[in-house]
Design a protein around this ligand. Structure first.
Ligand code: GAF
Length: 379
């Protein structure tokens, strides 16, 4: 995004230059899917797609927000009375984070905000987390609030859980707030411990958007959460983070078969995430490749969150990569994107195989983004 364009649009709407511009990135998850709300491990990277928020203080107690990507629709509300807006759905991400921020740190006043972003929506690349974190970053910078990245992420998640109505985990907001340039981030979702590790220069992060819009995602997502909780409770552990394959095999006969498979995905995915992040650090791409392949199979067969066009993308890209890189579905599932770690000299071949085969086989056309890992939110 060109900051000058944002600034001049801000002046057009509000009659003054912005005091600051905040940015928060979207993310791609390299491995560790649906493990975050099971207190497990995830390994995402922040990407060079995100949300920008230009801001000034207001003398009154109102938040006025203009959405460039929704035909400059404007939404206004008072800090003393923040309700869900049934008409402008996008505005609830702003209302939600402002409400939880006010509860946590009451010490701020009104603001004029102008928002734009380029994270593809409904593609599993965390457009909403990037929106939430960018708003929090703008307000905390504007009013010099004592809000660090981890707290911002927790507030973003709380807004989404309690105001927007999606029971997401912490991964998306945390990587958006805390990502590092050129790095992926191993996150322990139990302790919130973070370990940044460099992505290899030899490989590119390639995201292939299946353009299958994620249908049923909220209900299926929430159902997966319930099934995981049921699994933990049948195993007598506080979360599936504490479960092992031995425990699971021992209890298998007494569990609904579907709950066993959901739990198996989480237990094995945690192990794969740790193995893949260690292997990437050691430059052992073959192990990363195998872990990503197994992760996809587990999401397809045990967790059942993939769709056929996504499975097909993984198959044809996997054939091009062999053990030289990795490919799997990324994000919540039921459509969305595939992530591939691709040796630089195979990027063109990956693009070509998708162009040659995907549309004919599935009837969808794919978009491909060759991404870089970027810094988390800043203002
Ligand atoms: C969505 C959620 F928002 C995340 O918290 C995470 O659970 C992810 O799906 C699946 O790994 O992006």
């Amino acid at each position: 995004m060109d900051n000058q364009v944002l600034s001049s649009n801000f002046e057009t709407h509000y009659g003054e230059a912005p005091a600051l511009i905040a940015h928060a990135p979207g993310r791609v998850n390299i491995i560790g899917e649906h493990t975050d709300y099971n207190e497990g491990f995830v390994f995402p990277a922040a990407i060079n797609f995100g949300t920008w928020v230009a801001a000034t203080k207001r003398a009154d107690n109102d938040i006025v927000v203009t959405a460039m990507d929704y035909e400059n629709q404007q939404n206004q509300f008072s800090l003393s009375d923040i309700n869900y807006d049934e008409e402008q759905g996008w505005a609830n991400y702003v209302r939600g984070v402002v409400k939880v921020l006010k509860e946590a740190i009451p010490d701020f006043g009104g603001a004029n905000l102008l928002v734009t972003g380029n994270v593809p929506q409904g593609a599993g690349l965390s457009s909403s987390a990037s929106f939430e974190v960018a708003i929090l970053k703008a307000l905390s910078a504007l009013y010099e609030l004592p809000l660090d990245g981890v707290q911002a992420a927790l507030l973003g998640q709380k807004a989404e859980n309690t105001f927007v109505g999606c029971s997401c985990g912490i991964m998306d907001q945390l990587i958006s707030a805390m990502g590092n340039e050129g790095m992926a981030m191993l996150l322990d979702c139990q302790s919130l411990a973070i370990e940044h590790s460099p992505l290899p220069d030899s490989h590119q992060i390639v995201i292939i958007n299946s353009n299958v819009k994620r249908g049923l995602v909220d209900s299926e997502y929430n159902l997966r959460r319930q099934q995981c909780e049921q699994g933990a409770s049948l195993l007598g552990v506080s979360s599936l983070r504490e479960a092992t394959m031995e425990m699971l095999e021992g209890a298998k006969a007494h569990m609904p078969e579907v709950v066993y498979r959901r739990a198996k995905h989480i237990v094995t995915e945690n192990a794969r995430t740790l193995a893949a992040s260690q292997a990437l650090k050691a430059g052992d791409i073959e192990t990363v490749s195998e872990a990503m392949a197994q992760s996809h199979i587990s999401m397809r067969d045990d967790f059942e969150i993939t769709v056929r066009p996504i499975d097909y993308l993984v198959e044809i890209i996997g054939e091009v990569l062999g053990k030289s890189g990795g490919v799997r579905m990324t994000g919540g599932g039921f459509g969305g994107c595939v992530v591939a770690l691709v040796p630089t000299d195979k990027v063109e071949a990956v693009k070509q195989v998708v162009a040659d085969k995907y549309s004919d086989e599935t009837g969808y056309s794919a978009d491909i983004y060759v991404c870089t890992a970027t810094q988390g939110a800043f203002a």
